[in-house]
Design a protein around this ligand. Structure first.
Ligand SMILES: Cc1ncc(COP(=O)(O)O)c(C=O)c1O
Length: 324
């Protein structure tokens, strides 16, 4: 079902990059699937597998009225033969926006709850109430942020390794909301590295032969996201990946005012980038990520010769839902 053949690596050329001698390539994970593109498919893949193994026929998850996750879950659920329920924060405004109309058209049962109830989405008693009301379901947390989601994102590392011959010498940059994708990608990269090292004869395993590895830089899209470092470390610890390695960082200064906040500078950046490079962007995740990278390049934070790989993690919602 995953159409990873469509993922491609697109070089970006412009004056700023030339001036600073920095190369930038965009990895088009958004093309992985027409409706579940980007990181969403990776977050959902193992969840769907587990749901099937557990004999579930219905998936339930949470999201706001413009949630990429709800959109993707409705599409993936319908394609994989599951019923889906979306617990939506706040009232359903009619006519439904394009995200929710799409979800309903894919058969998702939309369950609006008050903002107060929505805050209880991780409480067991609230989940029990939902089970009593709507019957049994396989639960996927908001944003697909669970261990199966992290494990699913490990496959993004394999996709990168298959497409980027100089991966070990690159910096990989990606937008972070919950940090699930970053944790999965990083542990996937570490697994790949470990399997590569274990295939070498022990006699050559000296520090000199150690394989270089990509550095991963997360750009937090929400304000006050320092707490995410602990979340990411806790996923890494659960996946038996070292939490002390200095092979990643999280930047928390590029939120631009907060989640889904888009100032005119960001909107202009996204519009210019799309026009110049003919690559569709949205300002909540990948647009914010690229703006952060361009700010860092302009500030001289990358040495000449640096190679950046920016992950396009999707989120290109129907035009009618472009609330920015
Ligand atoms: C398009 C897009 N990119 C990036 C992210 C960030 O992913 P994560 O929450 O795993 O950090 C999200 C949220 O899931 C998203 O919808």
């Amino acid at each position: 079902m995953i159409t990873s053949d469509h993922i491609c690596v697109q070089p970006v050329h412009d004056d700023l990059l030339l001036q600073h001698d920095v190369s930038l390539r965009l990895v088009r994970f958004d093309l992985a699937h027409p409706m579940v593109g980007g990181n969403k498919w990776y977050k959902l893949q193992q969840n769907l597998m587990l749901a099937r193994e557990q004999g579930a026929t219905r998936l339930l998850s949470f999201g706001g009225a413009y949630s990429n996750h709800i959109y993707a879950l409705a599409a993936a659920g319908a394609e994989s033969g599951f019923d889906t329920c979306g617990v939506i924060r706040g009232e359903l405004v009619t006519p439904l926006n394009a995200t929710l109309a799409f979800a309903r058209a894919r058969g998702m049962q939309l369950i609006p709850v008050s903002r107060t109830d929505y805050r209880r989405r991780s409480d067991q008693d609230f989940v029990d109430e939902l089970r009593q009301l709507y019957g049994p379901f396989y639960l996927i947390p908001e944003g697909g942020a669970n261990e199966a989601g992290v494990r699913g994102c490990q496959a993004m590392a394999t996709q990168l390794a298959a497409r980027v011959p100089d991966l070990d010498n690159c910096e990989i940059a990606l937008a972070c909301g919950t940090g699930t994708t970053l944790a999965g990608l990083l542990s996937g990269l570490r697994l790949l590295r470990r399997s590569r090292l274990s295939s070498l004869p022990p006699s050559v395993l000296t520090p000199q032969t150690a394989v270089p590895r990509p550095f991963v830089r997360g750009i937090a899209v929400l304000k006050g996201a320092d707490f995410l470092r602990a979340d990411i470390n806790s996923w890494l610890a659960r996946l038996d990946s070292s939490t002390t390695d200095q092979d990643w960082c999280l930047e928390t200064a590029y939120h631009g005012g907060g989640y889904a906040r888009a100032g005119q500078d960001l909107l202009d950046f996204v519009a210019n980038f799309q026009r110049m490079h003919d690559i569709p962007l949205e300002p909540v995740y990948t647009g914010k990520l690229l703006q952060a990278l361009y700010k860092r390049i302009a500030a001289g934070l990358y040495a000449p010769g640096s190679r950046l790989l920016a992950l396009h993690t999707g989120g290109l919602r129907p035009a009618a839902d472009a609330v920015w």
